[in-house]
Design a protein around this ligand. Structure first.
Ligand code: ADP
Ligand code: MG
Length: 246
């Protein structure tokens, strides 16, 4: 469904921030994307939602070679992808309900069923009292929940979320993770970038772990091999894992 082969990425003329990225995500799979700050998580997500082109390698999305697509084909692919941006990107002139309804309207939906469906989802994420509020009047955690509702409302084939629980308390974080898990059970392939290792452990999904732009694929519960552990010189005290440093 999604395949990266020897993908590299750079910003402008800078050094590569992603190097030799190779992986394949099968339809309906669930993955966390972990790694310290600056490791390349957001950059990898940008490639996956087609906001940035790779500097080398091949990316295949839904069976199509992204490098061979013309401009007109991109929006059609993007509509199959739900994205929760780290900075939310809500439309400030629209209410919470209108923001969340937008993907359904763009997909051609009309009528009162839309509003009902949107209100149900917003209630589920604890925003029943915020339906008519504009983003500028919402807290960070509230905006985040609107952004999540908007990303999942039309059951995308692929859901990408960048630190989606960074602004909410642990209880809400777990609730939101369960929303992602439920959506995944309905068939949505899911990739969630997060720093929150306690949530990763709780959910127990497989991990894509980035370190300095390189990717390691880990099973549930597996720890990344740090360069020091992997080297010949083993320190007497073990270095902190990437999650502690992040
Ligand atoms: N727009 C940009 N222009 C130039 N460099 C960038 C840009 N965005 C990120 N970077 C660099 O790319 C590297 C990876 O960043 P990022 O993907 O944001 O990592 P993470 O999300 O894991 O914190 C970092 O070195 C960062 O400074
Ligand atoms: Mg990031």
């Amino acid at each position: 469904m999604i395949r990266f082969e020897n993908v590299g990425m750079r910003y402008g003329m800078g050094a590569e921030v992603l190097k030799d990225i190779t992986f394949e995500l099968s339809p309906g799979s669930f993955h966390f994307l972990t790694g310290p700050s600056g490791a390349g998580k957001t950059s990898l997500l940008r490639l996956m939602y087609l906001a940035h082109r790779p500097s080398r390698g091949t990316i295949t999305m839904f069976g199509q070679d992204v490098g061979a697509l013309d401009r007109k084909a991109l929006p059609r692919l993007r509509r199959r992808i739900g994205v929760v941006f780290q900075d939310f990107r809500l439309l400030d002139h629209l209410t919470a309900v209108e923001n969340v309804a937008l993907p359904l309207k763009i997909a051609g939906g009309r009528g009162p069923e839309i509003e009902e469906h949107v209100q149900e989802l917003l209630s589920w994420v604890g925003l029943e009292h915020r339906m008519a509020s504009r983003p500028s009047t919402l807290s960070g955690g509230e905006k985040q929940r609107v952004a999540i509702a908007r990303a999942v409302i039309n059951r995308p084939d692929l859901l990408l979320a960048d630190e989606p629980t960074g602004n909410v308390d642990p209880e809400m974080a777990e609730r939101l993770m369960h929303l992602f898990v439920e959506l995944n059970k309905l068939g949505t392939t899911t990739v969630i970038a997060t720093h929150d290792m306690s949530l990763v452990r709780k959910i127990g999904a497989s991990r894509m772990h980035l370190h300095d732009g390189r990717l390691q694929l880990l099973g549930a519960g597996e720890s990344p091999i740090s360069p020091i552990d992997a080297g010949a010189l083993r320190p007497t005290t073990s270095p902190p894992g990437p999650e502690e440093r992040a």
